[in-house]
Ligand binder design. Structure first.
Ligand code: SF4
Ligand code: FES
Length: 250
């Protein structure tokens, strides 16, 4: 029989306008199960009113982000054995710096809207040299439709939750969107005008915590620094009366 651990799980609850509080559940679960498995067991066997986000269960949809013992995690790929021990406690909380809809579910709408503003594409065309996928496409040869793949950011919100600048400045565009702008960029003037602002790249404190928690290795902090260098070079070009890089591409 597979080993089971006894866990005490504290879940932050909040419905409507009520104050956040913790409910405690005791659970027997395999250490090789995921944190999301534990949340689903609580919902299935202990409390059907528990709200949480999930869909793909393999780190693609970005719906299952939570704080686990104070650390931002994608719970569908976080094993129980990684975050606690037999007889230990798991404290589950919603992500920070985003409005709580109910219990462990936050509203990611601001992130989606801001991503759209900087024209970050959620899918990219499949390139010729992308290995198996492009070979299969070439062999299939039956469709003229362009093939696309998901871009690297899964819009999970973990980087926003851990960001000290997002905590103090709700108007801050945030690490995911700035990383998206850097990817979408070698940008046009419209995107530059959005990100080259006090609530854009210049609000970042260079804490690099966003890159630490990102499950998709987007490295938002490094991309923000690249974006700053790009914008500074644009300013210098303008100062010397040179064409911007965007104008040169047109
Ligand atoms: S940059 Fe990383 S942590 Fe932030 S939303 Fe995208 S995938 Fe999630
Ligand atoms: S359930 Fe989709 S990323 Fe975790």
């Amino acid at each position: 029989m597979s080993e089971k651990w006894s866990l005490h799980i504290e879940v932050q609850r909040q419905k409507g306008k009520e104050q956040p509080h913790f409910d405690r559940f005791d659970l027997e679960i395999s250490p090789e199960a995921t944190v999301l498995d534990a949340v689903e067991m609580i919902w299935a066997f202990k409390d059907r009113s528990l709200c949480f986000g999930h869909a793909c269960h393999h780190s693609t949809c970005g719906a299952c982000g939570m704080r686990v013992n104070g650390v931002e995690k994608l719970t569908c790929i976080t094993l129980i054995s990684e975050v606690t021990q037999n007889g230990g406690t798991l404290r589950l909380q919603p992500l920070r710096n985003l409005p709580v809809i109910s219990d462990l579910v936050v509203d990611l709408t601001p992130l989606y809207h801001r991503m759209a503003e900087v024209k970050h594409p959620s899918v990219h065309p499949v390139e010729e040299n992308e290995g198996v996928a492009s070979q299969q496409i070439a062999q299939a040869g039956k469709s003229n439709n362009p093939y696309t793949r998901l871009a690297d950011c899964i819009e999970c919100g973990l980087c926003i939750s851990v960001c000290p600048a997002a905590m103090t400045s709700p108007a801050y565009i945030g690490p995911a969107v700035l990383a998206g702008a850097q990817l979408a960029v070698v940008m046009d003037e419209h995107v530059c005008a959005i990100v080259d602002t006090q609530n854009g790249v210049w609000r970042c404190h260079s804490a690099y915590e966003c890159s630490e928690v990102c499950p998709s290795h987007v490295q938002p902090a490094q991309r923000i620094m690249q974006l700053r260098r790009h914008l500074l070079s644009q300013r210098i070009r303008r100062f010397f009366g040179l064409q911007s890089l965007h104008q040169r591409k047109q």
